[in-house]
Design a protein around this ligand. Structure first.
Ligand SMILES: O[C@H]1[C@H](O)[C@@H](O)[C@H](O)[C@@H](O)[C@H]1O
Length: 666
């Protein structure tokens, strides 16, 4: 197809759908309402042609064309709908070269490592604690130091991103992942292990904030949501792979953990080598004044299409943004003092906070305990079954990738958080009913050590299970519990009691079981149902959207800093929620804790409903305008979404439909 013909199709496609033109700032910036799609037969072709040749398109001509179009609107609607779809399809095929997918996949390996390194430790810990005789403090240290390092390095990543660019930061992150993996797999003792986990954490923080930004900046708008969401798909894919590797190497009692922790070196190296050849983000290059290079990169990732308009549009927006943002001083200060970026930052950080407060990582880390409650007593089987949790998370994130450009970010996030809130209530109800039917303690062993133990005072399994110093030892005879007692836990290993029948695996014959952190119950199906529904609701929306939305809501000058802050908030709340869960359960009980998470999710719904605007299919440069209104006035504009009113920013009077614009028509 000739270039000109191709352009006309694009222009036609652009001119369909309603667009408002609102005069503004002396023509410097205006918002156009173009003729409705039905007008294409009578006016669209000529307007399209004039636009294609670069003729000025003024507000008056647009409005009169729109007015003239109203009459023919109904009759032509269905056939033009088909035409529009065909035009858009043709256009999108033309402008989406494969290179952008290569770029997204190589970057998303950072997401894979994020998921793998945070997921693999739970299985590795089962082996590590036996081989290196780790006490509870060391176990906690090895798990949480990575998340803490990630929180700090995500903040630092904002600075590095601005200074060295996205590509260098991704290279740096994969370097840290590689070195961390090597240190972990060869560690002679726990101190070196701790160092390795810290190094991996630094990589995690940098990757988590850079990768979504890089993908968003390289993608065409109609694919941006999907491609950035692929990064979260890779996170959950990494978590799933980690659970498979954990399962497979759990049979290797000696050094199994070395393989579990060391295997991450492979994707890290692939990413490192790949990024030696991949280009820098064109937007960052333009911002740095490296214009020739930016042009080359843009044309490379747009498959040698004409990139003049996209280039000009980015360049103009950057110049304008720099003026708008005003003032000097550190970026974070400028963000906080400039209302649109302040609002965007609040929305971005709020989303990340509510993602973590909805308890995803409680579910990820404690799914084995939940499965034990459901009657799975074999450790290895529990590890494999925990893989089903991560697989469910992965599969439903895939649904999110499919939905994000269809239903949009706002609806997807709202639907997801309300489902999350309801399924958390179901989980809580499951725990509540289990607690109400908690098995009684029927056997009080007469051991002298028992006299000064708190465990002796409990009459039911529930309070005994909630006391971290105690566990529940019982015999089961065709689902009836016999001789159940509450006894102190072995301080060196929570897998057995300090003394008595449950203190040694060889003594636990004759259907005798040790339950730490859970009580046997016949209502576990309710909890399992809640768990599956939770993941089905959370994974398509609340899992990926906070990352996706953060990658697109800040103007370029504030993008690295905004994403760094939001990623920092995500990691900080991750550590807060996962470290406080067991204590919270102790004070509020399990059902109390889950009702609390459910209420927090409800609060998140209110926040998102009020404050999150739809960013689907807008050019990154247009999104700033969405935050010009007062924060938390988005719910009021919900009805606008249905009317398909689209606002496009025009520089000067000579408006060209940019390459990106075809995707704006929906
Ligand atoms: O978006 C991701 C994803 O949902 C993961 O499953 C979760 O572990 C992360 O904390 C979260 O940030």
């Amino acid at each position: 197809m000739s270039r000109k013909h191709d352009y006309n199709l694009r222009s036609m496609s652009n001119l369909m759908g309603e667009r408002w033109k609102k005069a503004g700032d002396g023509g410097e910036r205006s918002l156009i309402r173009a003729p409705s799609s039905a007008s294409i037969g009578s006016h669209g072709a000529s307007v399209g042609a004039s636009t294609a040749t670069g003729a000025p398109t003024t507000s008056t001509s647009s409005s009169s064309a729109a007015a003239a179009a109203v009459g023919s609107a109904t009759a032509a609607s269905s056939s033009t709908g088909d035409l529009e779809r065909a035009a858009r399809k043709q256009f999108q095929q033309d402008v989406t070269p494969g290179f952008v997918y290569v770029l997204a996949v190589f970057s998303a390996l950072g997401g894979f490592l994020f998921g793998y390194d945070t997921g693999v430790i739970s299985g590795a810990m089962l082996l590590l604690k036996k081989e290196l005789h780790l006490n509870a403090l060391w176990q906690e240290l090895l798990i949480s130091c990575t998340v803490a390092a990630a929180a700090l390095s995500a903040l630092l990543g904002g600075f590095l991103n601005g200074l060295f660019g996205r590509r260098v930061c991704i290279l740096l992150a994969s370097f840290f992942f590689t070195v961390g993996g090597i240190v972990l797999s060869t560690a002679p003792g726990k101190e070196v292990l701790l160092t390795g986990r810290l190094i991996v954490g630094v990589g995690l923080g940098i990757a988590s904030m850079t990768v979504p930004v890089y993908i968003a900046e390289a993608s065409p708008p109609h694919l941006r949501g999907q491609l950035v969401t692929v990064n979260t798909l890779f996170i959950t894919g990494g978590q799933f792979t980690a659970s498979l590797i954990d399962g497979a190497f759990s049979y290797l009692q000696r050094d199994g953990w070395r393989y579990m922790l060391g295997l991450s070196v492979i994707p890290a190296l692939i990413q490192f080598v790949g990024f030696l050849f991949l280009p820098e983000s064109p937007r960052w290059l333009i911002q740095r004044g490296l214009t020739q290079k930016a042009r080359r990169v843009l044309s490379q990732i747009r498959g040698n299409q004409n990139i003049d308009e996209e280039y000009d549009s980015i360049k103009n927006s950057i110049d304008e943004e720099e003026k708008d943002s005003g003032g000097d001083g550190p970026v974070i200060w400028r963000m906080l003092t400039y209302p649109p970026t302040r609002r965007a930052l609040l929305v971005g950080c709020g989303l990340q906070m509510f993602q973590q407060l909805s308890g995803i990582n409680i579910i990820m880390y404690y799914s084995a305990t939940i499965l034990q409650m459901a009657g799975v007593r074999d450790d290895r089987l529990a590890i494999w079954l925990a893989g089903i949790t991560t697989l469910t998370n992965f599969l439903f994130t895939l649904l999110g990738v499919w939905l994000v450009e269809r239903v949009g970010r706002r609806k997807l996030t709202l639907g997801s958080i309300i489902g999350t809130c309801l399924s958390l209530s179901l989980l809580a109800t499951g725990f509540l009913i289990s607690a109400q039917h908690s098995p009684p303690i029927t056997f009080h062993p007469l051991d002298p050590a028992m006299a000064n133990s708190t465990c002796s005072k409990y009459q039911l399994c529930e309070p005994c299970m909630l006391d971290p110093a105690c566990g529940f030892c019982y015999r089961e005879n065709s689902s009836a519990l016999l001789a159940s007692s509450c006894v102190p836990v072995n301080k060196a290993s929570t897998e057995q009691a300090a003394w008595g029948r449950c203190s040694n695996v060889s003594l636990m014959k004759d259907h005798t079981y040790w339950a730490y952190n859970y009580c046997p119950t016949s209502y576990s199906w309710l909890v399992l149902l809640g768990l599956v529904l939770y993941l089905a609701a959370f994974a398509p929306g609340m899992g990926p959207m906070p990352w996706t939305i953060n990658s697109e809501i800040y103007p370029l000058w504030a993008r690295s800093t905004g994403n760094a802050c939001a990623a920092g908030v995500n990691w900080t709340f991750n550590i807060l929620v996962s470290l406080t869960f067991l204590h919270l359960a102790q004070y509020l009980t399990y059902y109390g804790a889950f009702f609390l998470y459910s209420s927090l999710a409800l609060l998140g719904f209110v926040f998102i409903y009020g404050c999150l605007p739809e960013t689907k299919a807008r050019r990154l440069e247009e999104i700033e305008a969405l935050f010009e209104n007062q924060l938390c006035s988005c719910g009021a504009s919900d009805s606008d979404e249905g009317r398909q009113v689209e606002y496009i920013r025009v520089k000067g009077s000579n408006y060209h439909l940019s390459d990106n614009d075809a995707s704006d028509v929906d």
